[in-house]
Design a protein around this ligand. Structure first.
Ligand code: FUB
Length: 348
């Protein structure tokens, strides 16, 4: 990818609507933006999308990313620096392919990059299983050095780290369909399991997972818990409720003493939120906060900086292709009761 693809940049979505915001960078394709403020600057840890001839499928084989590059800006709206390769799959001893949505954290002079990738085993589709790894660096831009093995006890994909006001950090992870969370339903990976979900629409949906991290930020302090999402009646959201149920892209933030568990609904293309009183949940479903973007996936992060809250998200404005995405940022606003004002990424 590169400048040649810029000729394809669109001013309007195919249905004629305008984009709410513009891509943060145009020199590379980026997605799944995990933003953080480190030492007064904003760093975004995105997936680095790459062209491929692999057609779109439900396993996400078209998302063939193999490395990470970090974005940096002094503040929202400032020029964005695109860092060099921060970690390549070839430098990860256990991984084979598909460096999907990462996240990062900082503690005591070290930066931690958390990332999913397929390992070197082969399932019924001839593909490795998604696991979650960790890599460290003394610089937020990398390069990062990967631990030789994935994080024990973590699995599937889309890691996101939340550090609470008491200093404890938690790793959220998981994603269904291509992320294979459904194959871990009995606590152990089933290489011949479902390619989508549990196939039980009238049963509680699969949930994202959450586990406290040890002080080393590289290992789990406990067996992962289910991040359960309850509906308005206090019942777990059902697998058949695709507008509400968890699919992938966990992100936690805290505001006004309330814990906001946010996630993507995947095949219905919403970003949803649910609130709770602690990092583990259960969380009560509150609604959509981002309506569907252009493109199949929708994946985000939320930070507070400069006295405002910001949503980092991605669409396919530059390429018009599901697997070649570009990250964006827009302000996130709250109502007086703590509910989030719904954002439409496409405006008339
Ligand atoms: O970018 C690859 C995968 O697509 C991510 O891990 C998911 O969250 C979805 O955005």
């Amino acid at each position: 990818c590169g400048t040649a693809s810029l000729a394809l940049a669109q001013d309007r979505a195919p249905d004629g609507r305008q984009y709410l915001s513009q891509p943060l960078v145009k020199s590379i394709y980026t997605a799944d933006p995990s933003a953080h403020v480190f030492d007064g600057k904003i760093y975004v840890y995105p997936s680095h999308d790459v062209p491929t001839e692999t057609p779109d499928d439900d396993l996400g084989n078209q998302y063939a990313m193999h490395d990470y590059r970090v974005l940096r800006m002094d503040k929202i709206g400032a020029p964005v620096t695109v860092g060099p390769v921060a970690l390549d799959v070839k430098q990860v001893p256990w991984a084979s392919q598909q460096m999907w949505a990462p996240d990062a954290a900082y503690k005591n002079g070290t930066y931690y990059l958390y990332f999913p990738a397929r390992d070197k085993t082969k399932d019924k589709n001839g593909l490795g299983k998604f696991m979650v790894g960790v890599a460290t660096s003394k610089s937020p831009m990398g390069p990062f050095k990967a631990d030789p093995k994935p994080i024990a006890g973590a699995f599937s994909m889309d890691p996101a780290v939340f550090t609470d006001t008491d200093g404890k950090s938690y790793l959220y992870f998981g994603g269904i369909w291509g992320g294979q969370l459904q194959r871990w339903k009995d606590g152990k990976f089933d290489p011949s399991g479902s390619d989508t979900d549990l196939g039980k629409d009238d049963q509680p949906a699969l949930t994202g997972k959450v586990a406290r991290l040890n002080a080393d930020m590289k290992s789990l302090a406990e067996t992962p818990h289910d991040a359960v999402i309850l509906d308005e009646a206090g019942k777990p959201v059902l697998g058949g409720d695709h507008d509400k149920r968890f699919f992938e892209a966990s992100w936690m933030f805290k505001r006004g003493g309330q814990y906001y568990y946010t996630y993507s609904t995947g095949d219905t293309h919403f970003l949803n939120y649910a609130t709770g009183t602690n990092p583990y949940g259960p969380f009560t479903y509150r609604g959509h906060f981002l309506l569907p973007v252009q493109g199949w996936t929708t994946h985000h992060s939320i930070i507070e900086t400069g006295g405002k809250w910001w949503l980092f998200y991605a669409d396919t404005q530059l390429s018009g292709k599901n697997h070649l995405r570009n990250v964006k940022v827009t302000e996130l606003n709250f109502n007086a009761d703590g509910t989030i004002k719904t954002i439409d990424p496409l405006v008339k």
